[in-house]
Design a protein around this ligand. Structure first.
Ligand code: HEC
Length: 131
């Protein structure tokens, strides 16, 4: 009986298996969703991601690839205004881990997210709102 069942089960389930590219997309979507949840918990109380919303910190939509301290009209600290670097993935990770270590004198309170997986998820979310 099992000998007949196995091919049947395989023939039913195989065509439905996602192709590798689909799987990668699904994984990316899950990462972005997890990142959004973590962002809501860790960052959202100070940062909006939509220009329509009030935001105590600078708007983070489009932050990946933006020069630090340059979101139009935001009253940055002198430290961040003069930081002179671009928000790359590496810079954003270092910032999440130790923002006042990366830019001494910044007004952003220390968040201290040291877990690389959490950094990665939040980064995936920031990337998704930067395209
Ligand atoms: C308690 C409020 C607060 C929290 C929580 C917070 N931030 Fe900030 N953030 C700020 C403020 C204020 C600034 C502006 C700092 C300055 O001018 O020195 C800032 C600046 C930034 C910048 C620089 C943006 C630019 O335009 O140069 C990034 C990136 C950033 N925050 C990311 C995050 C992320 C990611 C989180 C969550 C892990 C987070 N922040 C949590 C208040 C906060």
């Amino acid at each position: 009986m099992r000998r007949f069942l196995l091919p049947l089960v395989l023939s039913l389930s195989l065509p439905g298996l996602p192709a590798p590219a689909e799987e990668a997309k699904t994984f990316d979507r899950i990462k972005v969703q997890a990142g959004q949840t973590l962002f809501e918990a860790e960052c959202r109380r100070c940062h909006a991601t939509d220009a329509k919303d009030p935001s105590y910190g600078p708007l983070l939509e489009g932050v990946v690839g933006r020069k630090a301290g340059t979101f139009d009209g935001y009253p940055y600290s002198e430290a961040l205004k003069n930081a002179g670097f671009v928000w790359t993935r590496g810079a954003l990770k270092a910032w999440m881990e130790d923002n006042d270590g990366l830019v001494p004198g910044t007004r952003m309170r220390h968040v201290g997210i040291a877990d690389p997986t959490v950094q990665d998820f939040i980064l995936a979310y920031l990337q998704s709102i930067s395209q």
